[in-house]
Design a protein around this ligand. Structure first.
Ligand code: FPP
Length: 243
């Protein structure tokens, strides 16, 4: 059983999950409701991400993992994909300026191969800065898919096995081949926008996570919504298969 820390603050007297993971869903619908292009919803969604990351850090969350772009999102219109990539580029550039001052570690999880050279370079830069820091960590899932992650891990293991250097295969040793190597499993997975599924997000890591769903669309998600999710989490009894 993981030890969850208590921290006074906005989420008063609540056990704060050590690791929160969020599927940032509902940007398109949020924009459509306002007669705006979907890309405007992503722009507001990116600001919501910034706000929620700051709040998580302030209340004592150690890890925040967000789903920014899935392996399936390439099926969207090229214009929308380009808009999301451009928001990510902008965010990574700004993060590089501020991470050291704000003490925020930032890692990208996902298959970087098809991403632009610019995003690859920014990701390498944020990882290098993060190496020097400790404390709050944000993981940005980018071109990420849970099944893809597991297949990639299996291939990496097989390669090592072939070369004679692989450890005995156990759940624990296998985890080292995942993008999430070294990161504790999420305690709480949040999905806004009324959808109740994981959509290939952290499917290995969320085996025992508490799931929380809300109808709020991601651009409308705020600190109060997160408090509600943490309050619900506090009511859950986590048994991890025991009694
Ligand atoms: C899901 O909403 C959202 C995405 C596929 C993209 C998320 C991207 C951002 C929030 C912007 C970039 C992120 C950062 C961290 C700077 P949807 O488009 O599927 O919404 P819908 O279900 O209402 O159509």
């Amino acid at each position: 059983m993981k030890i969850l820390r208590k921290k006074a603050g906005a989420a008063d007297n609540l056990r704060i999950p050590r690791h929160i993971a969020i599927i940032m869903d509902g940007n398109g619908r949020w924009a459509k409701k306002r007669g705006m292009p979907r890309t405007a919803g992503h722009a507001v969604g990116a600001e919501t991400f910034r706000k929620i990351a700051t709040y998580c850090k302030n209340i004592g969350v150690d890890y925040l993992t967000v789903y920014a772009f899935s392996t399936e999102n390439w099926k969207r219109p090229a214009e929308e994909v380009a808009a999301i990539m451009s928001l990510l580029e902008k965010y990574l550039n700004e993060a590089i300026e501020k991470m050291e001052k704000d003490k925020i570690r930032l890692y990208i999880m996902g298959n970087m191969t098809p991403l632009s050279p610019k995003i690859k370079e920014l990701a390498a830069h944020t990882a290098a800065i993060s190496e020097k820091l400790s404390g709050f960590q944000v993981n940005l899932c980018l071109n990420y898919g849970g099944r893809d992650e597991i297949v990639r891990a299996a291939k990496r293991y097989a390669e090592e096995y072939k070369n004679g250097g692989a450890p005995e295969l156990t759940e624990e040793s296998f985890e080292r081949y995942l993008y999430s190597n070294g990161i504790p499993d999420p305690d709480l997975v949040i999905r806004p926008s009324g959808e109740m599924r994981l959509s290939n997000f952290l499917i290995w890591q969320s085996a025992y996570s508490e799931l929380y769903f809300t109808d709020a669309l991601w651009p409308d998600f705020d600190e109060k919504e997160l408090d509600r999710a943490i309050t619900a989490f506090n009511r859950r009894e986590r048994r991890f298969g025991g009694i």
